[in-house]
Structure formats: C-alpha cells, structure tokens
Design a protein around this ligand. Structure first.
Ligand code: ATP
Length: 238
C-alpha cells in the first residue's frame, strides 16, 4: 500500500479549557483502508478529528501523516498535505450553487483541467449533483446536501478523507446510500477515517476500528474482532 496516506496518532491529549476531552489516544489508519471510530455521544470522536486538523490543537502527543509530523500544523497545510474533512452536519454553502460548492472544495488546485476532471468524477459518483448543478445548496434535500458535502470533500483530491457522522439525521435509504458511497470512495483508492454512531453499518464497511469512551480508546481491532469484543457486544449488540 501507499504509505503516503498512513495516519498515526500517538499519545494524543486534547482539551477545551481545563478538562481533557481526549486522553492518551493512539490510533493508526492503515493506507487503503476504512478505519472507524465508534463511541457514544460526547466520547470525543469529533474532537479527535479536530485535533488531527489542528482546529483543536493537541496538548500532548503526536500526529503523523505519511511519515511526516503534522502535529499542530496550520489547518490549511494539513489539507495541503492531503487530508480533507467532511464535517458533521454537512455544512454546505446554502446561497451557492452545487457547482460553486464543488469548486470551493478544489480551491487549492490551480490546474483547471484537473478541477474539471475531478468534477466529472464527483458527478459520476453522484449523478443527482450533475442534474442539479445550478441549484442552490440550501434548497437541496438533506440527503442531497450529504452528497454535496462528500462531493466537495472529494474535489480536494485527498489521500485521506476524515468523515464525521455522515449518516446523522438521514432517512434509512440515504443512510444505506451514504455507507455505499463511503465504500466506493475507498475502493477508488482513498484512505478513510470514519467517525460514526451507526455501529452495525459502520462495522459492515470498515476494515478496522477503535472504540472511544470518555476520551480514551477502550477497544481496537479488525471489524471482525470488534464485533466479538465483549464491551462492544454489551454496548451495541446486547
Ligand atoms: P457526538 O457523537 O455527540 O458528536 P463526540 O464523540 O464527537 O460526540 P466531541 O464532540 O468530541 O464528542 O465532544 C467531547 C466532549 O467535549 C463533550 O463532553 C463536549 O461537550 C466537549 N466539547 C466539545 N466541543 C467543545 C467546546 N468547543 N468547548 C468545550 N467543550 C467542548
């Protein structure tokens, strides 16, 4: 596998104010795989993503990507290193068209032909976005906005995509479609770190994962191992 997309988080501690939200968190995202982070509300999953992106700078510990230390690196430089994020809540630009939203995702790419090529790729994955390219983002349905926010993340041509709870608030049909899309993106060669609460469907698409509880890693392993983990079973499959 392409080592340039390996993410290694070691001994990470992060906090808002005085209270630690993440304590000594170590995870590894294998190149070419989907790694998931599971955990209840408030476990610290979003904070882990924020810390990787330096939106919440880590207090201790190290983040390395492709062998390079990116701990605390300015967010735009983390993005430039090849890490894109699809944030929780699918923040699309409501007053901009689908096309404009996608172009913003490619702001770091100067080559227009490359932007056009990526746009075609996104439209191939999401034909609905192609049909509605002139529609304002804010008038798209929840499921369509989910597609648009994933499409925008792909426009940056990331090596690693961080996806924060993509299924949140979607109808069952769109939830299933979202997981299928995550799988497809991964099959295109993009390494994925997926934060989710939808445990069954996440374990069905991911290769391995971690369970966070109160800011600490309490279980880790391949998805097959996690399904058999006593704590995971008690919490999610009981
Ligand atoms: P959810 O699944 O509900 O999104 P999560 O696992 O992503 O939860 P985080 O959003 O990382 O959890 O939050 C972890 C803890 O940090 C929570 O107790 C939360 O209240 C707290 N927290 C998050 N953001 C801030 C902030 N900006 N200031 C203070 N505390 C915060």
């Amino acid at each position: 596998p392409d080592e340039s997309s390996r993410l290694v988080v070691s001994g990470l501690t992060a906090a808002y104010g005085k209270a630690d939200v993440l304590t000594d968190v170590s995870i590894e995202v294998e190149p070419g795989e989907i790694t998931c982070i599971l955990g209840a509300n408030g476990a610290g999953k979003s904070t882990l993503i924020r810390a990787i992106l330096s939106l919440t700078p880590p207090r201790a510990g190290k983040v390395s990507f492709g062998g390079r230390d990116i701990t605390g690196l300015a967010t735009h430089l983390v993005n430039r290193a090849g890490i894109a994020c699809i944030p929780e809540g699918r923040k699309v630009f409501g007053r901009m068209t689908v096309l404009e939203n996608l172009r913003i995702g490619a702001f770091g790419i100067a080559d227009r032909a490359e932007v056009a090529r990526r746009m075609d790729e996104v439209f191939a994955i999401f034909p609905r976005l192609a049909e509605r390219r002139a529609q304002l983002g804010g008038t798209m349905s929840g499921g369509e906005q989910a597609m648009l926010s994933i499409g925008r993340g792909l426009m940056a041509a990331p090596k690693l995509l961080l996806i924060d709870e993509p299924s949140l608030g979607l109808s069952p049909l769109f939830v299933a479609e979202t997981f299928a899309v995550v799988k497809r993106i991964n099959e295109m060669g993009i390494t994925v770190l997926l934060v989710e609460q939808n445990v069954h469907q996440t374990l069905a698409v991911a290769h391995r994962g971690y369970v966070l509880a109160q800011g600490r890693v309490v279980a880790r392993g391949s998805t097959a191992e996690l399904k058999e983990d006593p704590e995971v079973k008690a919490a999610y499959f009981g």
